[in-house]
Design a protein around this ligand. Structure first.
Ligand code: KIV
Length: 273
C-alpha cells in the first residue's frame, strides 16, 4: 500500500492524521490567510492549513504576532474555510485571548469554530495554559499545541533564536508535550528546536508532531506560505526552503503592465468593447 494513502481521502480529520502518524506517512501543512491562496493550497492536496497569527506579520506588516485581534483572525479564517474542501483548517487563537483565563479561552475558541467554521484551534505554551486547553477541549473543540519558539512570547525570549538547546529547557518541553497529549490535544507544532529533541518528542507522544525548523524526525512539516513561495524575501532562516520566486514573478508582471499602460499598448482592440 502506498504511504501516500491520504491522497485519496476526501476530507482530512484529526483521526486520519493520527492514522498517518501510525503508518509513517508524513503530514504536510502550510499557512494561508485568504480565500484565493487557500483554494490553491487545498487544490494542491495539502493535509492541513494553518490560519496562523503570522497573518499579523505577513498580511498586516506588524513586527510581531502580538497585535492581531480575535476579530481579525476570524475574518482570515472564515475566508480560508470558504475555499477549502479537503484540508483540516487549524486557526491560531491570538495573543491575549486564551492565556490566564480559561473562560475567555473557551469563548475565543467557540467564536473561531462558530463564526469562521474552523476545524480546530492552536495555542502556544504548555503547563502554564493547561487549564485553558482542558476547558476548550471540554467543549469538543480539537486543540493543537505549539512548543519551542512560541512567537507570542517573543518579548520573554528576547530573540527568535533556537530554543531548548539546554537540557533544562529541553526537559520542560518534553514534559509540556506529555501534558498537552494527556489533556487530549490532537497534534503539536514544534518550532525552531534541535532536531534531536524534536525526535525525542515525536517518539515520546502518540499524537502527530509537526515541525518548523525542528528537523526531519517529526511526523510532518509546516511552513509559512509566503516565505516558501518567495513572496516575503527579508525572512531567510536556515530552516526555510524556498520553492518559488513569486516576488520576482510579480515584479516582472506588474512592471510589464505599467509599461503597457504607459505605452498605450494596453488595452488593445480585442480587449475593448
Ligand atoms: O502563525 C504561524 O504561522 C505559526 C507557524 C509558524 C507554525 O504558528
Amino acid at each position: 500500500m502506498s504511504v501516500h494513502q491520504s491522497a485519496n481521502i476526501k476530507r482530512i480529520t484529526t483521526h486520519i492524521l493520527q492514522e498517518m502518524k501510525q503508518r509513517g506517512e508524513k503530514i504536510s501543512m502550510l499557512t494561508a490567510y485568504d480565500y484565493s491562496m487557500a483554494g490553491i493550497v487545498d487544490a494542491a492536496g495539502i493535509d492541513m492549513i494553518l490560519v496562523g497569527d503570522s497573518a499579523s506579520n505577513v498580511m498586516a506588516g506588524h513586527e510581531t504576532t502580538l497585535p492581531i485581534t480575535l476579530d481579525q483572525m476570524i475574518y482570515h479564517a472564515a475566508s480560508v474555510v470558504r475555499a477549502v474542501s479537503r484540508a483540516l483548517v487549524v486557526v491560531d487563537i491570538p495573543f491575549g485571548s486564551y492565556q490566564g483565563n480559561s473562560s475567555e479561552a473557551l469563548r475565543s475558541a467557540i467564536r473561531i469554530m462558530k463564526e469562521a467554521g474552523a476545524h480546530a484551534v492552536k495555542v502556544e505554551g504548555g503547563a502554564e495554559i493547561k487549564e485553558s486547553v482542558v476547558r476548550i477541549l471540554s467543549a469538543g473543540v480539537p486543540v493543537m499545541g505549539h512548543l519551542g519558539l512560541t512567537p507570542q512570547s517573543i518579548y520573554k525570549f528576547g530573540t527568535y533564536s533556537v530554543r531548548a538547546k539546554e537540557e533544562t529547557e529541553a526537559q520542560k518541553l518534553l514534559d509540556d508535550a506529555k501534558i498537552l497529549e494527556d489533556c487530549g490535544c490532537f497534534a503539536l507544532v514544534l518550532e525552531k528546536i534541535p532536531a534531536s529533541l524534536a525526535k525525542r518528542v515525536s517518539e515520546a507522544v502518540r499524537i502527530p508532531v509537526i515541525g518548523i525548523g525542528a528537523g526531519p524526525h517529526v511526523d510532518g512539516q509546516v511552513l509559512v506560505l509566503h516565505d516558501m513561495l518567495g513572496i516575503t524575501q527579508e525572512f531567510q532562516p536556515r530552516f526555510l526552503r524556498q520553492y518559488a520566486d513569486l516576488r520576482g514573478v510579480m515584479l516582472d508582471a506588474v512592471g510589464k503592465y505599467i509599461q503597457d499602460v504607459k505605452s498605450r499598448d494596453f488595452p488593445n482592440k480585442g480587449e475593448s468593447y
